[in-house]
Structures are given as structure tokens and as C-alpha cells.
Design a protein around this ligand. Structure first.
Ligand SMILES: *[C@@H]1O[C@H](CO)[C@@H](O)[C@H](O)[C@H]1NC(C)=O
Ligand SMILES: *[C@@H]1O[C@H](CO)[C@@H](O)[C@H](O)[C@H]1NC(C)=O
Ligand SMILES: *[C@@H]1O[C@H](CO)[C@@H](O)[C@H](O)[C@H]1NC(C)=O
Ligand SMILES: *[C@@H]1O[C@H](CO)[C@@H](O)[C@H](O)[C@H]1NC(C)=O
Ligand SMILES: *[C@@H]1O[C@H](CO)[C@@H](O)[C@H](O)[C@H]1NC(C)=O
Ligand SMILES: *[C@@H]1O[C@H](CO)[C@@H](O)[C@H](O)[C@H]1NC(C)=O
Length: 211
């Protein structure tokens, strides 16, 4: 992360240094740039709060529906097959006493990872369960909310903390893996997501409560 004192650099590009721990490659992607303060909506904080609350409220149902659609042996051996211990998931170590900036950065890392993971899961389910309309709808909705949230976090980080660069770690792509592995990876990631989003909501929501 880089911090630039406010006012020194009025306009900086948003650079997201993307790291893939497994492939070991680093990608440099330049985004649309730090939005001017005018581009941050006035209700961005409230929007962010709502988006996190919505994701938390819908996470368990998404996981349950995902599980149901994968069939056996996932339904009967969930604990064993969907144990998230062996899958990459970004560390989320902030708590209520962490500084607000730290919380925002951790949120950004979490949701950037989630967006990429949902991309893989959605692609796999479109291929493996093309008629599971409700599941696909939920995956699309969750992705849409996640992207809106990322754009709001980007704006909050730029506006309040001048953070324009965040190191993000992504998991392994599921592309080319077996059907079983694709289902399993999705199951592990979504199960862990249910746990982490609840923690994120607990930590973030008090930071964003209306005064
Ligand atoms: C909360 O997080 C901070 C770092 O953000 C850490 O120093 C502190 O030990 C944590 N507190 C608890 C109770 O986990
Ligand atoms: C979300 O993931 C997709 C890949 O599925 C990627 O193209 C897009 O840039 C990501 N969006 C954000 C805001 O990170
Ligand atoms: C799948 O995941 C990898 C690694 O997280 C990511 O780079 C890639 O963009 C994802 N693919 C899609 C279609 O989202
Ligand atoms: C997806 O979002 C649309 C519009 O926001 C909503 O009407 C629909 O009920 C949502 N579907 C699910 C499964 O959450
Ligand atoms: C914030 O979230 C809202 C609701 O999803 C979205 O309309 C808006 O484009 C997002 N981004 C910013 C910078 O306000
Ligand atoms: C997150 O969702 C869980 C399950 O629906 C709920 O019990 C919890 O109260 C929610 N947390 C917050 C902070 O809203």
C-alpha cells in the first residue's frame, strides 16, 4: 500500500497490483483512477453499509443453494468435502478496534478476491448446472452487489485516505480442473465466505453507522 499525504498529489492513478499466490505472477492493472471527490456519491457510506449487510444476509442461502445443486457426494459429506481449510482465502484479521483505514483496505482485499472467485464459480456452474436458474441468478446478483461495493470502497479509500494501491491476492483459477474439483473449490470458497462476511459485517457496520 502507498500513502500519499492529502493535497500533495491531487490526482493519482488507481493501481491495483494483483498477485496470484499460486501462479506467482504479478499483474499491474490501472483502473479508472482515483475519482475526484465529486465523483464519490454523497451517500457512498450508506451504500457501502447496505451492500455489506445485503451480502451478509444472502450468503448462507447462496451457499445452501449451491450445495443443493452439486448433488452427491457434496450433500452428504459437506463437512469433509467443503472444509475451507485447504483453499486460499484472504486473511481477514481486522476487528472492531482496528483503524478504519485498515478495515477498509481489508474489505477491499476481501471483495476483490470474492469478485474473482464468483467469476470462476459462475462460469463453472453455467457449464455444469446450466438449468439451475435460481443459483445462477443468485450468483449474478451477488457478483453485481460485490462490484458495486468494490467501486464504493475504491471511492472511500481514495477520498478519505488517499489509498490508490492495494495488494490483492487471488486464489487459483478453477479453469481446466475436473468437475469434482470445480464443485469442491466453489463449495469451499462459499462456505468460508459465509463465515468471513459475517465477521466483516460485524467489524465494518459500526464504522459506517450514521452518526
Ligand atoms: C484487533 O486488531 C488489531 C490490528 O488491527 C490487533 O492489534 C489487535 O490485537 C486485535 N484485537 C483483538 C481483540 O483481536
Ligand atoms: C471482477 O472479476 C472479473 C473477472 O470475473 C474482472 O474482469 C473484473 O475486472 C473484476 N472487477 C473488479 C471491480 O475487480
Ligand atoms: C478465476 O480466478 C482467477 C484467480 O483468482 C482470476 O484471475 C480469474 O479472473 C477468474 N476467472 C473469472 C472468469 O472470473
Ligand atoms: C436478484 O436481483 C433482482 C433485482 O435486484 C431481484 O429482483 C431478484 O429477486 C434477485 N434474485 C435473487 C435470487 O436474489
Ligand atoms: C456504489 O454503489 C451503488 C449501488 O450499487 C452504485 O450505484 C454506485 O455506482 C457505486 N459506486 C459509487 C462510486 O458510488
Ligand atoms: C449477518 O448475517 C447473519 C446470518 O443471517 C446474522 O445472524 C447476523 O446478525 C448478520 N450480521 C450483521 C452484523 O448484520
Amino acid at each position: 500500500m502507498k500513502f500519499v499525504p492529502a493535497g500533495v498529489v491531487p490526482f493519482v492513478a488507481l493501481l491495483l497490483l494483483q498477485r496470484r499466490p499460486v501462479a506467482g505472477r504479478a499483474l499491474l492493472v490501472s483502473g479508472p483512477g482515483c475519482p475526484g471527490h465529486g465523483l464519490c456519491r454523497s451517500n457512498v457510506q450508506e451504500q457501502t453499509r447496505r451492500q455489506v449487510a445485503l451480502l451478509n444476509a444472502t450468503a448462507q442461502d447462496l451457499f445452501s443453494l449451491y450445495l443443493k445443486c452439486q448433488g452427491e457426494p457434496f450433500s452428504s459429506e459437506t463437512d469433509k468435502l467443503c472444509n475451507p481449510g485447504s483453499v486460499f482465502f484472504p486473511a481477514f484479521r481486522v476487528n472492531r478496534t482496528s483503524e478504519r483505514k485498515e478495515v477498509m483496505v481489508a474489505m477491499y482485499k476481501l471483495f476483490a478476491f470474492l469478485n474473482a472467485s464468483l467469476g470462476n464459480i459462475t462460469r463453472d456452474q453455467e457449464e455444469l448446472n446450466p438449468t439451475a436458474k435460481e443459483l445462477l441468478d443468485r450468483l449474478h446478483n451477488t457478483t453485481k452487489t460485490t462490484r458495486g461495493l468494490i467501486s464504493n470502497l475504491t471511492c472511500l479509500l481514495c477520498k478519505n485516505y488517499n489509498v490508490f494501491q492495494v495488494d490483492v491476492s487471488y486464489g487459483e483459477s478453477s479453469k481446466g480442473k475436473s468437475t469434482f474439483k470445480k464443485k469442491q473449490q466453489g463449495c469451499q470458497v462459499l462456505r468460508k465466505y459465509v463465515q468471513v462476511i459475517a465477521q466483516a459485517a460485524r467489524v465494518l457496520l459500526p464504522h459506517l453507522s450514521p452518526p
